[in-house]
Design a protein around this ligand. Structure first.
Ligand code: UDP
Ligand code: MG
Length: 355
């Protein structure tokens, strides 16, 4: 079977840089209907002052009227383009779907709930324009995301990620950032389904800087990142960027076996000297529970990685687009994976002996 020797690289892909606007803004949104008016009222004047721009709103399977409202808003804001996904794919993938349709020389990614203040965009542009930075992160200032427990868990996540992963991420930065077109191309060339965007960007490298920007409270509605969703993202992040959680079980297992052996030797010697004694239930029960628990954790972690491998080998598309509004017909969807040159084209020559 003939398979393309190398997967598509950014240079293989349709170039969109020549006649695109200066700035694209990607706005992932799920059920943000009540924030839209205010968002565009504040965002558009800022962009008008900057120069040519487009706004790519990604409707990530909203169940309210976000999509209809976006379509209506196009009458007022002709530079607004809409990508509607076929269901909720999650924010990381929503952002990817937006990036795949942008054509600006730089792309700003920001939340749609006005937590990322639109007035901060010109500040993100300065290091890109003046100093050639390819990634400019807004560093969160004055952000308290909700109580002691969430802050503690966030801190724990960053510690674990730092310790276990092969890439580094800055814990002060969030998802309000500017990317140079080169970085967007590199990002879109990364084919994995299990995506943690900040990790992927860090892996890509490029000249990166951060600038301080105030973060506001959500304009309307409530956060969609509850505890379980954040936990899912944290596990994806950690398992997608390192194999330490997999490998560590060899050492833990060795430690447990050795301590078991030593304890066994100690008991034997003690029995020879002092004779057998009956007590010891609690210690046996504790030992059984702890070792069973540890084995289950180990199995669970193997399961996490296996799950990732499974979802990768299924080779499903990263997302499905149900509808787009406002794009010229020629705008390609540069989703990761779509352009891989696999021998599955309908015009394949089935009589080719090499197939
Ligand atoms: N979002 C999305 N898909 C989802 C969940 C959230 O596109 O499945 C968007 C959401 O509309 C918002 C941004 O991602 O623009 C951040 O979400 P949210 O405000 O709920 O999270 P938080 O700011 O609390 O981290
Ligand atoms: Mg928010």
């Amino acid at each position: 079977m003939k398979v393309a020797a190398t997967p598509a690289t950014p240079t293989d892909r349709t170039s969109v840089t020549t006649d695109g606007p200066l700035i694209s803004v990607v706005l992932p949104m799920r059920n943000e209907s009540r924030n839209l008016d205010r968002l565009f009222e504040r965002l558009v004047p800022v962009l008008e002052r900057i120069g040519s721009y487009e706004m790519v709103a990604v409707d990530d399977g909203s169940t309210d009227d976000t999509l209809d409202r976006l379509k209506q808003l196009r009458d007022t804001y002709p530079n607004l383009k809409v990508v509607s996904l076929s269901r909720n794919f999650g924010k990381e993938i929503g952002v990817t779907a937006g990036l795949a349709r942008t054509s600006g020389r730089a792309v700003v990614i920001m939340d749609s709930d006005l937590q990322h203040v639109p007035e901060g965009i010109p500040q993100l542009l300065i290091p890109w324009q003046n100093d050639g930075y390819a990634i400019v992160y807004a560093r969160r200032v004055g952000l308290d995301r909700g109580g002691f427990v969430r802050n503690l868990l966030t801190k724990t996540f960053y510690r674990m990620f730092d310790f276990m992963s092969e890439v580094k991420i800055d814990r002060e930065t969030g998802d309000f950032l500017l990317l140079d077109r080169r970085v967007v191309d590199a990002f879109l060339a990364m084919p994995e389904r299990n995506r943690f965007n900040r990790g992927l960007l860090s892996w890509a490298g490029f000249k990166t800087t951060t600038i301080p920007l105030a973060t506001a409270a959500r304009h309307a509605g409530t956060t969609q990142f509850g505890f379980l969703r954040l936990l899912r993202l944290a596990v994806t992040a950690i398992t997608a960027f390192g194999t330490l959680p997999l490998r560590v079980w060899t050492y833990i297992g060795t430690l447990f076996s050795l301590s078991g052996l030593f304890f066994g030797a100690y008991i034997s010697v003690r029995t020879l000297i002092f004779g057998a004694d009956v007590p010891g239930y609690p210690s046996i029960i504790v030992a059984v529970l702890v070792s069973a628990g540890i084995q289950l954790i180990g199995l669970g972690i193997i399961g996490e990685y296996l799950g990732h491998v499974y979802s990768e080998v299924k080779r499903r598309p990263l997302y499905l687009v149900q509808e787009t509004v406002g794009f010229p017909d020629s705008t390609p969807d540069r989703a990761p994976l779509l352009n891989l040159d696999l021998p599955l084209a309908p015009d394949m020559n089935w009589s080719d002996p090499e197939i």
